[in-house]
Design a protein around this ligand. Structure first.
Ligand code: C2E
Ligand code: CA
Ligand code: CA
Length: 751
């Protein structure tokens, strides 16, 4: 993203410069055209030299640009270093894609050429390669074949010092990719150039239709096809061999030609510029146009070359920035970005490993107390301790302030635990003599990565495990191993299934009582029995964690009856103690309703304790009403027939409507706490009409889950009968309830 923006601004700059350049070039061209009018016939010689000069400039520029490209690549490769063939190939690829080279490769000190996707090849003895190995860049003197019969120009530069894997960088350009002579022909197509070796071998043959010469070597072709003045051909040949420039005339295919030969900058190459003699006089316009075009072309080419180099340099800088992004300034180790790259690769390989997340307990305190500098030192120390325990292929990074992520090849929890123990030990090594004021305690979470997952998920899970890390238990670290919640739930349920019967027998299911307080008198007028599981292993478990499961496995039937029995026993005790018993309600799971005569069991218990049924209230949830209104009505009738009270629990929480009320003659309506969770007017007016309607149907009303005094005031104002909620009391153990109700002051409970 950032990079595209930067590139875009480069492009804009580039565009502006290009426009300026075009303007200047336009002016130069116009001036040239004007001056061209004045050029007289006898300046033909100059015309040819001009052609030669311009073209050779262009060719030289092209060749040196190609060499520069290879040098740039050399620099890049030195930076990548021996980071695996993949990285080197990835660095080379854009050079091939965007440059003139058919392929680019590197040569090691022994002269062996390595090109991605091809067999290695020994190039010792190839002059240009030998020179590069000796520290000199250049291009081959003639076209050379490397991988097959096709010939091309071989460019070679010494590798950048510091590259561990290459001594030279080479690129190969076949003639069809050489663009050296692009747009150098005169506009009439009469003047053109060839590039040849000093021995006359064609490097690049002009594709101009007037280029009659055939064959691979210009001297041989001229000898066969051209007519020269005495000795001229020999002079030309010797001149080129001696590195001189010169001029020669000849006739080929019946047409006269003037030719300049000029040595080029690299490879001992020559530029041959050829024009017909009449071209300079009759094609003055051509010349001026040519000259202008050439100027423009050269200017543009130079600029393009500059732009190209600029882009490469920017790319290089970007890579530099990337490198900075890959090194954590505090620890000197990986950053999260770098770590994620490694871990993604690790996941892709498919071998299981552990993703461990570690943080330092109370690191903030250490930081505050000893200062940031010391804090950083400690982080570096921990990082080094982790690094020193890593095997090959494992890695670590500091992810955020004091959180480290580690990829360990071990997945067995015991071994990971042992590894962490060693780490905690090592991290506290400086503290062996107890000189330091603090201990480094590590919180760890580990997640075993076994299948293809993304880093984000993996890290999340390790973090989840770390945050849920259990007790330290006297060690310098604690570690939790992640397992998914669904699996955890199944495990817990299995545990409960195994324990429930025994727990029932040994009385682990205990009854808590929550008072119901009259709004008229402020007295406790009853209570609801709410069960808790006082588990030996897990402590006090709230009903929401086991009732839903017991409703699925049916155990709730036994449990409800047990709660009911505990309540009956309690009432018996109250009565035996001469206390005025308060009515208590118990919850009935909807599951009971599926068994006809389930009330027989309840009645049998009640009789056993000889509790008056009017003191016992059975709560049915309105869920039942939704499922089967007819059945519900029958059950309510049966409850009444046996003398119990009956209430509708959670009214308004779900599906039932006010309509249900008139069909189901319950004694008490328990208005769900949902109504009191928000403070809005609508809910209030609904409650008000519900209370009103209940009154008309001769039902008592209990508002559940009331938490504030203003709510109590409103409920009192709309004549709700009673409130059961934290505002008065949470559910409490029986002895606490008894103290509250039958205590010294007679049991009045005030808000
Ligand atoms: P419930 O029957 O609606 O019981 C009322 C729940 O609301 C109780 O949660 C109680 O602690 C809670 N509560 C009371 N006042 C307030 C308050 O002011 N604010 C809030 N936020 N909550 C309040 P508890 O004891 O956790 O029971 C949860 C549910 O478990 C009960 O809801 C009931 O459906 C079920 N349950 C409890 N005991 C039994 C039982 O013996 N048998 C059956 N079948 N279900 C039971
Ligand atoms: Ca209830
Ligand atoms: Ca309720």
């Amino acid at each position: 993203m950032e990079r595209t923006v930067r590139n875009r601004s480069h492009l804009a700059l580039f565009g502006v410069a290009l426009a300026l350049l075009a303007l200047v070039t336009g002016i130069v061209c116009a001036v040239t055209m004007q001056r061209g009018e004045a050029v007289s016939n006898d300046e033909t010689e100059r015309y040819l030299s001009e052609l030669t000069l311009q073209t050779s400039l262009k060719v030289n520029q092209r060749v040196s640009f190609n060499l520069e490209l290879l040098e740039l690549l050399g620099d890049e490769l030195a930076v990548v270093g021996d980071g695996g063939d993949g990285d080197r190939a990835a660095t080379i690829a854009p050079f091939v894609e965007n440059g003139p080279f058919a392929w680019v490769g590197t040569i090691d000190a022994a002269g062996v050429l390595t090109v991605e996707g091809r067999e290695p090849r020994c190039l010792t003895g190839v002059a240009v390669v030998d020179h590069a190995l000796a520290g000199e860049k250049g291009v081959s003197e003639t076209l050379v074949p490397v991988f097959d019969d096709e010939k091309g120009a071989l460019y070679a530069v010494p590798a950048a010092s510091g590259d561990p894997a290459a001594a030279a960088v080479v690129g190969w350009v076949p003639p069809d990719r050489m663009r050296m002579l692009l747009n150098t022909d005169t506009s009439g197509g009469l003047g053109f150039s060839h590039v040849v070796s000093s021995g006359g071998d064609f490097i690049l043959h002009a594709s101009n239709e007037n280029a009659f010469l055939k064959g691979d070597n210009v001297i041989q072709s001229l000898a066969a096809q051209g007519r020269f003045e005495e000795g001229d051909l020999a002079n030309f040949q010797q001149g080129m061999a001696a590195g001189e420039s010169g001029h020669v005339r000849f006739v080929v295919n019946g047409e006269a030609r003037e030719m300049n030969y000029t040595p080029l900058a690299e490879g001992g190459w020559y530029l041959l510029s050829i024009v017909p003699p009449h071209a300079y006089t009759s094609s003055l316009a051509d010349y001026t146009a040519f000259s202008a075009a050439t100027t423009a072309a050269i200017a543009l080419l130079a600029f393009a070359a500059f732009g190209g180099v600029l882009l490469w340099v920017t790319g290089k800088k970007n890579r530099e920035i990337l490198r900075i992004a890959y090194e954590d300034p505090v620890t000197g180790g990986y950053t999260a970005a770098r770590f994620d790259r490694e871990v993604t690769a690790k996941i892709a390989k498919g071998r299981p490993f552990s993703f461990v997340s570690v943080d330092v307990r109370n690191f903030k305190l250490i930081n505050d107390f000893f200062g940031k500098e010391q804090g950083d030192r400690i982080l570096r120390h921990i990082h080094d301790a982790i690094s020193s325990l890593l095997a090959d292929g494992e890695c670590v990074a500091r992810i955020s302030s004091d959180v480290f992520d580690i990829a360990l090849d071990e997945t067995d929890p015991d071994r990971v635990d042992a590894w962490l123990e060693r780490l905690a030990d090592k991290a506290n090594g400086f503290n062996r003599e107890g000189k330091s004021a603090y201990l480094l305690m590590l919180n760890c979470g580990s997640y075993a990565v076994k299948e293809a997952e993304d880093v984000v998920t993996v890290r999340d899970r390790a973090n989840t495990a770390r945050k849920g890390a259990g007790d330290v238990s006297g060690r310098l670290f604690r570690c939790t191993f992640y397992s998914d919640p669904e699996h955890e739930r199944l495990l817990r349920e299995k545990e409960m299934e195994n324990a429930m019967e025994g727990a029932l027998e040994s009385g682990e299911f205990v009854v808590y009582l929550q008072p119901k307080v009259s709004l008229e008198t402020g007295e406790t007028v009853g209570a609801e029995a709410l069960v808790r599981w006082d588990s030996e292993d897990r402590g006090l478990i709230p009903p929401d964690e086991f009732i839903p499961f017991f409703e699925r496995n049916g155990f709730v039937i036994k449990l409800d009856l047990n709660v009911f029995e505990q309540v009956c026993r309690l009432m018996r005790a109250w009565m035996d103690a001469g206390l005025e018993p308060l009515p208590v309600s118990v919850n009935l799971s909807p599951l009971h309703l599926q068994m006809p005569d389930f009330l027989d069991a309840f009645e049998e218990v009640r009789e056993r304790y000889a509790v008056p049924p009017r003191l016992l209230e059975l709560e049915l949830t309105e869920r039942v009403a939704f499922e089967n209104l007819e059945l519900l009505r029958r059950v309510v009738d049966d409850i009444h027939a046996r003398g119990f009270l009956c209430s509708m629990d959670d009214f308004g929480s779900g599906y039932s409507s006010l309509n249900v009320l008139k069909d189901i003659p319950v004694d008490i309506l328990k208005i769900d706490r949902m109504f009191f969770s928000s403070d809005d007017e609508r809910a209030r007016s609904v409650v008000s009409s519900v209370v009103e309607l209940a009154k008309k149907l001769d039902m008592g009303t209990v508002a559940e889950g009331v938490e504030t005094i203003p709510q109590v005031d409103i409920l009192r104002s709309i004549h709700c009968d009673a409130v059961q909620g934290y505002v008065f009391s949470a559910p409490v153990p029986i002895d606490a309830f008894e103290k509250m109700v039958f205590g010294e002051d007679g049991g009045e409970i005030h808000p």
